[in-house]
Design a protein around this ligand. Structure first.
Ligand SMILES: [Zn+2]
Length: 288
């Protein structure tokens, strides 16, 4: 493998070489951890390596496959997604990718689909992807990226080979949605919180991502309230507001409620019951 200075971590280099260095490639791989830009760069590098027809280290950078892939005009390479905003990765795109996957490659030995920031897929989109991952057509490679594999359904996770980029996995939750939920927790009425969390009942992938985000947000607020300064959640402004407006006990109870719900979501508890209980315990924790 020719990493071109893009992958510097020795352990990751060895893992990727073992999986992508030969002629038998996995059907699907997930790149998690690092920054969105690092995940994207690594996924595109692996895509080029899979398409390359050079004789030595791949990607060679000079064969027709490499040149076209670098120019973004390779007919056997399709790149989708990338915004990362909640539910922005539509099921229609996955359906179109799925039918594309059954077409034979034009110029390379295989077709490669790079699906960026898959945490933005709804549960419906992930289930559509699962169908093709369960019985992948021959000569197809799917390269997925996400901040953390936990944003994907366990069924999808079990079908992809995961590789972790160095650095702490950032949270994939939409900052604006997190901020809205946090504000609704301490709003006078409960309607807003119920309205905002209703989509989580129908979408397990979104539920997991949002719960992960809420755990980080409430953790940050607790740390700030105790005089600490570091923020890990995607909505640091909201963490600061909570730390100013709520007591230390309230913040600890909010964190508890979010952690409990996140554990239940991992155990595949009923989403609707889980969300209802979460809303009640968050409102109670905030003294509402
Ligand atoms: Zn090449």
């Amino acid at each position: 493998m020719n990493f071109g200075g893009l992958v510097k971590d020795g352990k990751l280099q060895r893992q990727l070489t073992a999986a992508f260095g030969g002629d038998r490639l996995p059907n699907a791989a997930l790149l998690e951890g690092g920054t969105a830009e690092e995940r994207r760069g690594t996924a595109l590098l692996l895509a080029r390596a899979a398409l390359c027809s050079g004789a030595g280290e791949r990607p060679c950078g000079v064969c027709p496959n490499c040149v076209k892939a670098l120019a973004g005009s390779h007919p056997d390479l399709r790149v989708e997604g990338g915004s990362g905003a909640a539910r922005s990765f539509h099921v229609d795109v996955i359906r179109s990718v799925r039918s594309d996957a059954f077409i034979k490659p034009n110029e390379a030995a295989r077709r490669v689909f790079v699906l960026l920031e898959t945490q933005a897929m709804s549960e419906q989109a992930q289930n559509a992807l699962l169908k093709v991952l369960e019985e992948p057509p021959a000569g197809v490679l799917f390269l997925l990226t996400a901040p953390s594999a936990s944003a994907l359904l366990p069924t999808v996770r079990s079908r992809v080979q995961s590789f972790r980029l160095p650095g702490e996995a950032p949270c994939g939750a939409d900052p604006e949605l997190l901020a809205q939920i946090a504000r609704a927790v301490s709003a006078p009425g409960e309607a807003e919180l119920l309205f905002l969390t209703a989509p989580l009942c129908r979408d397990r992938a979104l539920l997991r991502t949002v719960l992960q985000g809420l755990c980080l947000l409430f953790r940050d607020a607790c740390v700030l309230r105790a005089g600490g300064g570091s923020c890990r959640s995607p909505a640091p402004e909201e963490a600061r507001r909570l730390s100013r407006e709520l007591t230390r006990e309230s913040l600890a109870r909010l964190l508890d409620a979010a952690n409990r719900a996140a554990e239940q979501a991992e155990r595949n508890a009923n989403s609707a019951l889980l969300v209802t209980a979460l809303c009640a315990s968050l409102r109670q924790a905030a003294g509402r």
